[in-house]
Design a binder for this molecule. Structure first.
Ligand SMILES: Cc1cc2nc3c(=O)[nH]c(=O)nc-3n(C[C@H](O)[C@H](O)[C@H](O)COP(=O)(O)OP(=O)(O)OC[C@H]3O[C@@H](n4cnc5c(N)ncnc54)[C@H](O)[C@@H]3O)c2cc1C
Length: 418
């Protein structure tokens, strides 16, 4: 009898898993089905560039089904619920899908509805997000008409996907306002629930001084309670108030609602898993890969990529009745756009914070860690091509899945490229 691998979500992780396994599982023995609610695969890192006109909307999407290998069945439908005892998934259109193994790859979604006042009268008038296609496009229009006042960039709560994207937006906004000759008429403020610019000390210090150099005000430890949309003010639990003329917020990020309905999630609807194998702590035949899991590393496409490499080999061992020998180390790397055609790169894992140095090779690089270079910026731009043509099809990228200490040194400051 044919066995069923069911993947919920045809985003970054779900697409890579289906494509890699289609090439390695016997087509007669295994059917692979991928479910997603629509047939438009977005290149989400591109949302960062839409507000500044660096990318145009037509450069963001491709059809989901066309990214899947021949022999992978694509079902366009909304997932309603997982019945883990019955090994069955119900879709909102009434269809039922049985599985032998289930991969939850349903990602994380911005939820402006979770903060009182965010979706009030100012939503998409003076309050915007750029974590959705619609939000990034609406913000592009709003920025065109903005030439003075207080521009506040705000993170509601961690974790969020691509935790450096709000900083990147802030650096790009600073450069863009300079280019238009209006920077001195705009007060730029970065508001975060973290004690500093970033989660880890070395990167936080470096990125914090980049904010300072650019005269961007940092408001740390800000736990938002509500937005007073009439007064156009952010209000925190400790009663601090931050006024804005234009607010760019990252709403609370949450896993999919069906995860909660199925009793499979934590308080933010993320699936608790073993952080080294991504296997559900509650059900041995369920895995959560990509942003949908609760692993303690960044929610990022790079994490999806490195962890899928480990997952695929482990999965083949598991179905052969062997112990899973691969162990994911939380490896993440992210380019950070810093404006003026420069960028930084960070590379880290569960145990090692982002450090200075070079990547992937010692000395030769070619990428510099925690240092602004033009090459890092070009790397970020090149990534869109790599995403569609190498990562999603499941082709090998010559980067090890595990983080390496080669090329890294533990210093607390990096100098800007001359
Ligand atoms: C602005 C921005 C910039 C970013 N920049 C970077 C970057 O520079 N580098 C980097 O590594 N990462 C970056 N990321 C993060 C990266 O895009 C995500 O981490 C990555 O896409 C996660 O992959 P995933 O497969 O877990 O989730 P996704 O790719 O989001 O896929 C989840 C899929 O599940 C589907 N789904 C959810 N619920 C249901 C349901 N009920 N029924 C049916 N389908 C459902 C969704 O439609 C979606 O297609 C960025 C993200 C954003 C928003």
């Amino acid at each position: 009898m044919t066995r069923q691998l069911l993947v919920l979500g045809a985003g970054t992780a779900g697409t890579m898993i289906a494509n890699k396994l289609r090439h390695r599982l016997d087509a007669g023995a295994w059917e692979i089905t991928v479910v997603d609610r629509d047939d438009l695969h977005p290149y989400q890192p591109g949302y960062l560039f839409l507000p500044f006109g660096i990318y145009t909307p037509d450069q963001i999407h491709r059809p989901r089904h066309a990214q899947l290998a021949d022999g992978v069945r694509f079902v366009e439908a909304e997932v309603e619920r997982v019945d883990a005892e019955a090994h069955r998934v119900s879709l909102t259109d009434g269809r039922l899908l049985d599985y032998d193994y289930l991969v939850i790859a349903s990602g994380t979604t911005p939820r402006p509805d979770q903060t009182p006042g965010m979706l009030g009268s100012q939503w998409r008038r003076s309050i915007f997000d750029f974590y959705t296609f619609e939000g990034a496009n609406a913000l592009a229009t709003a920025l065109q008409g903005f030439d003075h006042g207080r521009l506040v960039v705000h993170i509601t709560e961690m974790p969020i996907k691509c935790p450096v994207a709000p900083l990147e937006f802030t650096f790009l906004a600073d450069a863009w306002l300079h280019e238009r000759g209006v920077r001195d008429r705009v007060e730029l403020v970065f508001v975060t629930p973290l004690p500093g610019a970033f989660t880890k000390p070395v990167a936080a210090e470096h990125l914090g001084s980049m904010l300072e150099e650019r005269k961007i005000l940092l408001e740390p430890d800000f736990m938002i309670e509500r937005i007073d949309d009439e007064a156009k003010t952010l209000v925190s639990y400790d009663e601090r108030e931050i006024p804005f003329d234009l607010l760019v917020t990252i709403p609370l990020n949450m896993g999919a609602d069906f995860v909660e309905r199925s009793g499979l999630g934590d308080e933010l609807n993320y699936v608790p898993v073993n952080k080294h194998t991504l296997q559900s702590k509650a059900h041995a035949d369920i895995f959560a890969v990509g942003d949908a899991s609760d692993i303690p590393t960044s929610k990022a496409g790079s994490v999806a990529h490195f962890s899928v490499e480990i997952f695929v080999d482990n999965f083949l061992e598991l179905i052969a009745g062997k112990p899973m020998t691969g162990s994911f180390d939380g490896h993440a790397n992210c380019f950070i756009e810093s404006g003026d055609h420069k960028g930084l790169l960070i590379d880290f894992n569960y145990d090692t914070e982002p450090l200075t140095g070079s990547y992937p090779l010692p000395l030769a690089g070619p990428m510099a860690l925690l240092k602004e270079t033009r090459r890092n910026h070009l790397g970020k731009l090149a990534f869109r091509w790599i995403y569609w043509n190498v990562l999603l099809p499941g082709r090998p990228l010559p980067l090890p899945a595990h983080m390496s200490m080669a090329g890294k040194h533990a210093v607390t400051a990096a100098t800007k490229e001359e």
